[in-house]
Design a protein around this ligand. Sequence first.
Ligand code: HEC
Ligand code: HEC
Length: 349
Amino acid sequence: MTLLLASIQRNVGLVMAPLLIIAFALYVIFNLRRARPETGTEIELAPNRKPYYGDEDLEGPRLDRFLTYALGLLGIVAIGLPLYWLAEPGRMEGQIAALEKKFESRGEATFEENCATCHAAGAVGGVAAFVQTDPLTGDYVADRSWVAPALNNVLLRYDREEITYVLDHGRPFSPMQPWSTVGGGAMNEQQIKNIIDYLASIQISTEEARTEAREGAEATMQAYGEAGIPLSEGAAMFHNEAASGTYGCARCHTDGWSFGVPGPVGGGAFGPNLWNVDKKFASDEEFVAFLAEGCEAGMTYGVNGQCKTGQMPAFGEYYTEAQLEALVDYVKSLDGSQQVPADPAGGEE
Ligand code: HEC
Ligand code: HEC
């Protein structure tokens, strides 16, 4: 509707402009043709010497006629201005919407060019090649692949600022590099904003995310169960990376999980060690609330807890409260003795 208004005004303008040009050309032509050659005296020719209308003409029908014209024009102004004024916000909205579309499509192009190799076209999640090295010596260990999460649900766990943080600084220990000039990449602020605009335009709903997360956890439970490694519901959610789009805790809290050679569950990687972490929370409700909300830089939680970077994601849009309670039960049980292989069928170590 707003776009329609804007395009109507443009079309009216496009019709008016040539009409005005033609009218002006006609005026010039007629004016030139009316000019007579100098034949008589200045008295006959000078326009100001020409006898003009008498009073009875000037104050009669002629005056009425001009007053009528003036009234008509006044009417046009009186109606036209408010109409213009009414349509203006719509026109502006149309312009803004058109600009936003433009930013989104630029963001999409940048994404497909730079990010889709790992996060897949449409940001549904994929894998990235990763060369594992010894963290102490830097020596080559093995070629691995690192799960690159789906991003068509990323705004359900992070806000725009937190995503900007990832794009500014990358996850340097992983194949995810910094992209903006802030962290040594090549993209400017606008390009980063465009990418996030694009991601925002393709986000799935909370309902879809919950279905994906639930089905992913069920598939995880089943796959491990079939391999003789029974997982509780909470354990399945912790390791929920079975289907594309799912997103678990192990990727950040278990060393080596993301590239297939996990250490003890919850031993800490990008996210801190979780053994006995329940001591940080006065109650299970407090723990559940923390998982639902995630971190915002500076936010305090539990006992003496304060978020540093805001990179602990929010899980309230993926899991119901009951599911988060099951997850908390599992996290509370972690003490370094648990081990869950990355591939239930035992493909890798
Ligand atoms: C070389 C592969 C690769 C490329 C290219 C890449 N990423 Fe990543 N990205 C990853 C991996 C792997 C992770 C997961 C890192 C981790 O486990 O912490 C990741 C993580 C992320 C995250 C954090 C998601 C989360 O929930 O933890 C965001 C946001 C992201 N990437 C956005 C992008 C954008 C936008 C681009 C393009 C400008 C991009 N990535 C390009 C591999 C890549
Ligand atoms: C993208 C990586 C990432 C994922 C996925 C993630 N976390 Fe975290 N988590 C972090 C980071 C980083 C911190 C530290 C937060 C800070 O200081 O800003 C953290 C902190 C925590 C803490 C507080 C630890 C402490 O000692 O205070 C708990 C508990 C926690 N995470 C549990 C979980 C659970 C349970 C899940 C899965 C539902 C999960 N995390 C998924 C990155 C992650």
